[in-house]
Design a protein around this ligand. Structure first.
Ligand code: ZN
Ligand code: ZN
Length: 219
């Protein structure tokens, strides 16, 4: 049975907010996957650039801005996307391949056959990119995540404050334990934490990252 978003939220709440029970220098991996944390996103509002929230529940992907009260439903992709066509020419059957920046909402791309010169619009497939102008975006609207900043060459980011808090606890801890509790046999190693980029787990980056997280929390 799929886990419902509400149950997930409860699960997250328990896992994250019960953590202070463990000493602050220890971090017990709550066994989460990145997907578990993506229940909502904090993004830059497309109207005022203020902070907006994107709900990521299956039935409701509404965007609401806390600053200008802009409300948006999914439909327009604000990020980058590419449209690909890979067909055989309708006239001479020569293979045709072309890609271009996607101009929404069109799903067709006009292509000229190099062999016979025939011009035709072919149905293409659109591939959305979750990186736009060097920044990571949410997966519903393609808007830049609110909680992101560079540490030298590396991009540090979080979907939302819960995600950021989890990262903060992880980075702050001197000892990191895997698995939630001895009895937990299902999700011992968190995919989220075992796949963190090296710059986050590096001991020498602990202080700079904690400072950076404090800054993000005040943003
Ligand atoms: Zn706004
Ligand atoms: Zn042709």
């Amino acid at each position: 049975m799929p886990i419902l978003p509400v149950q997930l939220a409860g699960f997250l709440f328990e896992r994250i907010f019960q953590m202070p029970k463990t000493p602050a220098t220890r971090f017990a991996d709550p066994g989460l996957a990145l997907y578990d944390l993506a229940t909502y996103f904090w993004v830059h509002c497309p109207k005022c650039d203020g902070r907006a929230t994107v709900n990521n529940a299956e039935s409701n992907h509404r965007l609401t801005c806390t600053q200008c009260h802009h409300l948006e439903m999914p439909g327009h992709w604000h990020g980058s996307a590419t449209i690909y066509v890979s067909v055989k020419c309708r006239e001479c059957h020569a293979p045709i391949r072309k890609s271009a920046a996607w101009e929404q909402p069109w799903t067709k791309l006009k292509v000229k056959c190099e062999k016979c010169g025939d011009e035709c619009s072919y149905e293409g497939s659109v591939s959305k990119s979750y990186v736009h102008q060097g920044l990571l975006t949410d997966s519903v609207y393609g808007l830049p995540l609110w909680l992101q900043t560079n540490l030298k060459e590396d991009l540090f980011w979080a979907f939302n404050p819960d995600h950021l808090e989890l990262l903060r606890q992880y980075v702050a801890a001197k000892h990191r334990e895997r698995g939630i509790a001895p009895r937990n046999t299902i999700r011992k190693n968190s995919a989220l934490l075992s796949r963190l980029p090296a710059f986050i787990t590096k001991a020498s980056n602990r202080e700079p990252i904690l400072k950076l997280i404090d800054k993000l929390l005040q943003k």
